[in-house]
Design a protein around this ligand. Sequence first.
Ligand SMILES: Cc1ncc(COP(=O)(O)O)c(C=O)c1O
Length: 385
Amino acid sequence: MPKTADRLKGFTESVIREMTRVANQHGAINLSQGFPEADPPTAVVDAARRALSDGVHQYAITWGAPRFREALAAKQRCWMGLDLDPETHLVVTCGSTEAMMVAMMTACNPGDRVIIFSPFYENYGADTILSGAKPIYVPLRPPSYEFDPDELRRAFERGVKALVLCNPSNPSGKVFTEAELKTIADLAREFDTFVITDEVYEHIVYAPHRHRYIAAMPGMFERTISCSSLSKTYAMTGWRLGYVIGSPEVIQAARKVHDFLTVGAAAPLQEGAVTALELPMSYYEELQRWYTERRDLFLGYLDEAGLPYTVPEGAYYVLADVSRFNVTDDLNFCRWMAEKIGVAAVPGSSFFHEPVHHLVRFHFARKKETLKACGKRLLRLKELG
Ligand SMILES: Cc1ncc(COP(=O)(O)O)c(C=O)c1O
């Protein structure tokens, strides 16, 4: 029997999806896989339905349907403060997942080094391996999740092609400050390096924190490959709509990668999503309110259960410290918690390059009733710990 490719040995199946299976097996409330327990606005769903009825069934232009690109450029112009041209500055992809893969393959030759902050969203490890790049991990140390600028400089000095910046960050909930972004931007310019961003949580940020786009910092547009998606902002993770924003040179190359990877994102859903991209500012204010309420509610339950955590500044995850249970194997701890407590979380070690085993990640993009039920179950930890 022929053997599958060696490169696949470099990474395992997603632990998050394994925890979803464990949750289902034990009837646990699943706070592992992070998708919003909400629907997109009705007007957006209606617009997609209309596109299907109106006969939008064939391939869109590979780099994105014109109406979608125009609406996206208009929206991002406003949020990023950049003069974006829908013809030359964007590629529409199948989610940020494809956007990141496209960005990595556009930026890197096999053997190139890429800086990844640890903890990191698990796709980045696989993205680097699949594109032939070699990761260099720079720690964001808990509980503050700050990086050491000298350590980051030493990583750049090893000769790197790109740095991956997940901002706001999954799993830590960190929102990079202006000063931190300036440090990264200065190093990227000094060492002539790309910055590949993943900004899927750009609209889920908790006051007083503010999301800043590194692409908009002086001298950064031509070296930043900005990736994001509509998945989280409009509660449409299943629509698989994302994008890459970059300079015309980068985008010309990225279009080629995208075309041969997927041809394009779903045409009728791009038409429907124009309505989402045109939503007024009040939509984003309501989104912030929705998530802030859930964050505060869930953190209250962690307090009651006696689990310390770092307050998330953005995104919808929290890393909680379970060290008082003398955890040495956090995967087993999460399996135990799903079975005995009835709440599924993700073992923190699946996000860290360093040997960190005292954290678990919960997501709180759930209905208040679901979070309340979790809160009750988590109280049992108090009796057991
Ligand atoms: C940091 C980060 N990037 C990308 C994704 C996936 O995004 P998309 O649905 O746009 O592919 C997720 C999903 O959880 C995520 O947390």
